[in-house]
Design a protein around this ligand. Sequence first.
Ligand SMILES: [Zn+2]
Length: 451
Amino acid sequence: MVKSIGKLKLFSIALLLIQASYSQEIDSLYEVATWYGFRKASVNFTFDDGCVNQFAKAIPLFNEFDFNLTLFTVTDWSPSWNTLKQAADSGHEVASHTVSHPNLSQLPSGNQRTEFGNSKAIIESNIIGPRCLTIAYPYCATGIDSICDNYYIAARGCQGFIEPPTPGSFLNISSIICGSEGSVKTFNDFKTRVLSAAEMTGWCVFLIHGIDNDGGYSPLQSAELRNIIMYLSTRRIKYWVTTFLNTALYARERNALSIIETSNQDTLITLQVTDTLPDSIYHHPVTIRRPLPEEWPSADVLQQSTPVNKRIVKVDTTVYIVFDAIPDGGEVVLLKNNNAAVPEIDTMPPDDDPIVNNIINPENDDVSNQCPVSIIIHDNGLTLHKLSVIKSALTVTLYDLSGKNVFNSKIHFSNGNNSVFLPLSIARGSFYIVQIRDGRQSWSLKLYSGS
Ligand SMILES: [Zn+2]
């Protein structure tokens, strides 16, 4: 009797495995990116407990560089809903850190249900629109997974390691504690972690409480946070800096995805991109690539008749059409385009570019560390004005916001000349990061080319 039950169980497990492997079917010509945009790693900056400088310093910094962060909110601690609403409007994630910040592992199941469910309901009633779908455990202590799972698609712990592309459990995703009590205190500590994450195509979650002297736990110096954000801002091709929720959505969609080519004609290819997940939650685009058909000079991509993000990219000797599609978002159509495209080649920015020893930072009033030039951006180039004595040549490097190096030059201020004009073509309404180096130190600044 015992034996036959055992066999039956084994049989059911085998059946489930077969179903699981059949539920994901990727046509052999297609590849799904491990991370959005075929980046090497996903990096999340998560902030707990609503410490003051998260709003006064971190959010303005992330807004400045067009990055999004995650705020884990304790709903009983009188958060400023107006401020949180503004953050959500800028694309930041407002998620749960429970109602009252208890140790869930010591709580009866009924109370856990209240902590999980009520915090979600309160956040969703105050911030209309985005759903509250992730949680961070207070004291990193997990509750009962089957209860948590009713409300959230991902939960954050703090085991201190970088997760692989698919974490062991979506309900206890590791994070790394930052600041005075954590293992990440400086720019170099951050950089070491993101480099390791890229090595393993991993998922790196940073956990931050206090910033500077705001009284929060384990304060992190804002200058160190600014430095790693500057570093990542010129390496967007390599790192996907986004919210905890976006990474969780992407990882789960990628693992449940099917791509089936439904027709292949001379000038048109159609495909179905589907997953097995509820569409009301899982509608983050996934990035897919396929070799560009040999006779096609270029291609356009539509989903549900609407053009989607696409690039023509050469990797080794293969030219790919790379595009975004929303799973279950309607038929995807690839159309032959006869205008020849020059394939892009993704060159990763150097990891050890000697950036951000010093930054043009309004809080830094140490004159000896200030950038020796001011910079004005025009339609047709940059003007650099000398602010102090400059002994050696300066190297000027310009990046666009995708992290691409678009200009690099050495400049000299000849005797009696206080300004230098560098002609180059500037796209209007765009952000650039300019980096100035004098051989000893470097400064970085974000420029906007006006609308
Ligand atoms: Zn906390």
